[in-house]
Design a protein around this ligand. Sequence first.
Ligand code: ATP
Ligand code: MG
Length: 240
Amino acid sequence: RANVFAITTGSKNLDTMLGGGIMTMSLTEVFGEFRCGKTQLSHTLCVTTQLSVEQGGCAKKVAYIDTEGTFRPERIKEIAERFDLDPEAALENVMYARALNSEHQMELAEQLSQELASGSYGLVVVDSIMANFRVDYSGRGELSERQQKLNIFLNKLCRISEEYNCAVFLTNQVQSDPGANSLFGPTSKPVGGHVLAHASATRIMLRKGRGDERVAKLQDSPDMPEGECVYVIKARGICD
Ligand code: ATP
Ligand code: MG
């Protein structure tokens, strides 16, 4: 499609699997167990979005919604050096917000549309999308209300991505199900139900491989076949 940018993940393998990288104008979701690289991928994209189109970016700023308190400014600077960007400038181009609870997270999405109207943003990160919702609506009877709120939040992000031609990158947790765990190995079902599955145009499952290797599996894509590839996490960010 015309106008759509592909933002490089830092890994050629991953980019190839995705058809060039993380696409603007739609939502991309990565999910997987702890330490599989969801947050490191988020940090790497914060930097690569700022690269020129020729270098695999779109020369724009990033809005970062952090729900788990795992954003590390130092990592942005380290990764910026890999791409020959000025570390301080790279960090300044990341607008950071800590979402303290689901209500706050909804408010941030509201403020985001105003901030992004400038047209200077190429990426919105939400790391992670479900953490607050899971805490705030933990009761059994609260699931439908949670999904309603989640739907409103995701609709906002969808609209933002199309209106301002930016990529929306969501990280997500997997269901912990000790029963299934013992019989069939680690579970790999993302949380968020149909609402999130429907909103995410591209869905990628991440898991640990051998040593520092990580495996990404493309599960859902509007224009790429299912596929699998290996990437690693280094001090300089995600790479092959
Ligand atoms: P969680 O579900 O707990 O949020 P995650 O998928 O977000 O997990 P990350 O925090 O992205 O996981 O990845 C953690 C992994 O990244 C660890 O294996 C860690 O060793 C590696 N890592 C983090 N920082 C560096 C670094 N500076 N150099 C090399 N590897 C690093
Ligand atoms: Mg994380």
